[in-house]
Design a protein. Structure first.
Length: 241
């Protein structure tokens, strides 16, 4: 086995809704957020907000934040990792939910493995997994497609291909979109997919106004919800278990 360094990188779940941290984050993570002084984060303001919510007495000025965006210079990021002191513990925080899913964290973790830095994943809220398990669809065979193309023509082509895979392979497909484009995606799903295809929509997961429902496409058309600017996950299925 490859010799590991003495540094540790914790993959820390972030909140996915405006809720009390104690409701969704294990105590170990709450304690860890109070302890760590180095973080690699997708959004610095968001990470600061999380830490202050968990630990109101935190001195943010004593904490180092390295920005980790999709346009980050990963040569610089590699140097930041390499320069971690022996025995250092650092955290990775996504903008929401688990790091490294639909965000640039995976590149950081790849670098960490190359440098022999120990990587520790921690459990916490993931809108993708929570939407899947609450959909009533198969969790045995599923695919996460992430964000679909922005251009309408390309998006509709993607929806058709995804539905084809769902129906042929009896697979659950998981999709997401930027909240301000949710209504456009929902409209295209309802207009493109077959009427018997099943659609589950999970909105504001873990929030007080959480809404999760599963219906056939033809039934969603009769009562289409307005989900503009509301965090949502969409799951498609043939409905055959």
């Amino acid at each position: 086995m490859k010799q590991k360094s003495t540094q540790t990188l914790y993959l820390i779940p972030n909140l996915i809704a405006d809720t009390e941290p104690e409701k969704v984050l294990p105590k170990f993570i709450l304690d860890l957020l109070k302890e760590l002084r180095i973080f690699f984060v997708e959004d610095i303001r968001n990470a600061r907000r999380l830490i202050k919510k968990v630990y109101p007495g935190a001195n943010i000025n004593q904490i180092t934040f390295f920005h980790l965006g999709k346009h980050s210079d990963f040569i610089e990021t590699s140097k930041q990792l390499s320069d971690l002191p022996e025995g250092a513990k650092a955290g990775v925080i996504s903008e929401a939910g688990l790091p490294c899913i639909a965000d640039p964290g995976a590149k950081l973790i790849s670098l960490a493995h190359k440098l022999g830095i120990r990587v520790i994943p921690l459990s916490g809220p993931s809108s993708i997994i929570l939407a899947l398990i609450s959909s009533g669809f198969s969790g045995q065979n599923f695919s996460f497609y992430g964000y679909l193309p922005i251009l309408k023509k390309e998006r509709i082509t993607s929806i058709r291909e995804i539905e084809k895979n769902v129906l042929i392979n009896n697979q659950t497909a998981i999709l997401m979109e930027a909240p301000y484009r949710n209504n456009q995606l929902l409209h295209d799903i309802l207009e493109t997919c077959k009427k018997e295809t099943m659609l589950s929509i999970a909105i504001n997961i873990t929030a007080d106004d959480e809404y999760i429902d599963t219906q056939k496409i033809q039934d969603w058309k009769k009562n289409k919800p307005d989900i503009h600017k509301k965090p949502a996950i969409f799951c498609l299925s043939s409905g055959i278990m």
